[in-house]
Ligand binder design. Structure first.
Ligand SMILES: Cc1cc2nc3c(=O)[nH]c(=O)nc-3n(C[C@H](O)[C@H](O)[C@H](O)COP(=O)(O)O)c2cc1C
Length: 193
């Protein structure tokens, strides 16, 4: 089995729900398995996730997995600091080019419909590009991308969670999360051959 890393941070649960859907998409591909990991909170007023969620990610997870799905909530239009801090600790991998050539995709969730999904997704790609990872987008061959009235972008799956962070994941958003995981796994396995 080839492992694909689903690395996310979630304080309210939206990203966790999305990560499970992305993992579902990965596991629909024969030979692929999702490895779920999270990162620890930084600020004291953040809700911790790992106590009831997956283990904290280690650098070895990035190295051992064939590809990466990275999920972050939008924080002021950007990636959440706990995930950014994790990437800031990957310098040794970068020096060795350990992730160069591996496929990666990104997904996010926002409180406002126009609160920065695209800016967050694009900024999440920057450390991945520095590592030499191959960005896997979400093409318009997925019909939900044109049909969605909430989240979903060609840069990666997204979810409009509402001000209270409690909007359910819509059918279109769900389909796009699953499609993204499936596409990542298919491409990772092709590249590995
Ligand atoms: C400090 C902070 C900053 C945020 N910044 C934004 C923002 O710029 N735009 C937006 O639409 N939502 C923003 N949000 C809302 C979250 O992105 C949104 O609730 C997301 O769904 C949270 O994901 P989670 O439930 O996985 O933690 C912010 C939330 C917090 C706590």
């Amino acid at each position: 089995m080839a492992d694909l890393l689903v690395l996310y941070y979630s304080s309210g649960g939206s990203l966790r729900r999305m990560a499970e859907l992305v993992a579902d998409g990965i596991e629909r591909v024969p030979g692929a398995r999702a490895r779920m990991r999270t990162v620890s909170r930084l600020a004291k007023n953040e809700t911790p996730t790992a106590e009831s969620g997956p283990p904290y990610a280690e650098l070895g997870d990035l190295e051992e997995c064939l590809g990466l799905a990275l999920g972050s909530p939008t924080r002021f239009g950007n990636m959440a600091a706990p995930l950014k801090a994790f990437w800031d600790g990957t310098g040794l991998l970068w020096q060795r080019g350990a992730l160069a050539g591996k496929p990666a995709c990104v997904f996010t969730s926002t409180g406002a419909l126009h609160g920065g999904q695209e800016t967050t997704l694009l900024s999440m790609m920057l450390p991945l590009l520095h590592h030499g990872m191959l960005i896997v987008g979400l093409p318009y061959t997925q019909p939900e991308l044109n049909a969605t009235r909430s989240g979903g972008t060609p840069y990666g799956a997204s979810h409009f969670a509402g001000v209270a962070d409690d909007e359910p994941v819509t059918d279109a958003e769900r389909a796009l999360c699953v499609a993204q995981g499936k596409r990542l796994a298919e491409i990772a396995l092709k590249l590995a051959r």
